[in-house]
Design a protein around this ligand. Structure first.
Ligand code: SF4
Length: 282
């Protein structure tokens, strides 16, 4: 065999490259604006981001591949919209300054289209087939997406409508929802956005860690999607399970041998010191 031949695995090489690049990107990130998608984010998670706190649960290569795939699908979607002949502006940069905030709200709207003189913002959401099916069954967009659509309508008065378009990247199931708001609704939602970001800026300025906004199940010193305990099934919030600083946020509970379960409506976790033999984690 040729002496130059090496037993290489391109997937491993790319996985490692993507993982290291993501870590480097996050380490070097300096926050200088609020993002429209942050309106529905956990205040504590945003605080960690602004403080550039240590990332204890980095995004894994599988999820980075998923993000890359999402970016390509976004480009394809914009190109297809253009091919239909309609007026399309992709990746529309927006910066909104509000005198109540020290930092602007800044982001990129996926697409802006004009049909019969009406301006529509179009945000594409790539999801899995089961997620798309759940959206179809509920007949409603995801809450965080609705908040983002309302944010765009509130800070971009030139938009008449916003469209949240869902595309399943496995089954290619697709559906979409259209939103609009009158002047008063836009103003009141803008006040809501600004008050959230004002609170965040205060916490960051004062070095005060905000309360947690979501809950998890922790058993045997590990995060669990759900835990069955005494005839009740407890579920972790997906926001925490996807949070890349969850081990930092829940460090004390993770270091305890006791079990942590969500408590409905109280916004706090319960440490349960009962005999855990009765518990089973899924
Ligand atoms: S782990 Fe959950 S509560 Fe903690 S910062 Fe992340 S999302 Fe917020």
């Amino acid at each position: 065999m040729d002496a130059r031949v090496r037993d290489i695995n391109t997937i491993s090489i790319l996985d490692e490259y993507l993982f290291e690049s993501e870590i480097k990107k996050n380490r070097e990130k300096v926050m200088s604006s609020h993002h429209p998608s942050s309106v529905s984010s956990c205040l504590r998670a945003l605080y960690y981001r602004w403080k550039n706190a240590e990332i204890t649960d980095p995004t894994q290569p599988k999820d980075i591949w998923r993000m890359y795939m999402g970016t390509w699908v976004h480009q394809m979607y914009a190109n297809l919209l253009k091919e239909t002949g309609m007026t399309v502006e992709a990746e529309v940069e927006l910066t909104y300054h509000d005198e109540r905030l020290a930092y602007p709200i800044h982001g990129f709207l996926d697409n802006m289209i004009v049909v019969n003189g009406i301006k529509y913002g179009v945000e594409l959401k790539t999801v899995f087939g089961y997620g798309a099916k759940a959206i179809q069954i509920s007949g409603k967009p995801r809450e965080q997406d609705e908040m983002q659509m309302k944010t765009y309508l509130s800070i971009m008065p030139e938009l008449d409508y916003m469209i949240a378009s869902y595309l399943a990247r496995d089954s290619f199931y697709r559906t979409e929802f259209m939103f609009t708001m009158n002047k008063e609704e836009r103003k009141s939602f803008l006040d809501f956005i600004v008050s959230k970001f004002m609170r965040l800026e205060d916490y960051v300025e004062q070095n005060v860690l905000p309360d947690r906004e979501y809950q998890v199940c922790i058993k045997d010193r590990e995060f669990k999607d759900s835990v069955q305990y005494k005839n009740t099934k407890y579920k972790s919030d997906w926001q925490c399970m996807y949070c890349n600083r969850r081990s930092l946020c829940w460090a004390e509970e993770l270091n305890s041998f006791e079990m942590t379960l969500p408590v409905d409506g109280e916004g706090v976790s319960r440490r349960n010191s009962d005999d855990t033999i009765e518990c089973s984690a899924e």
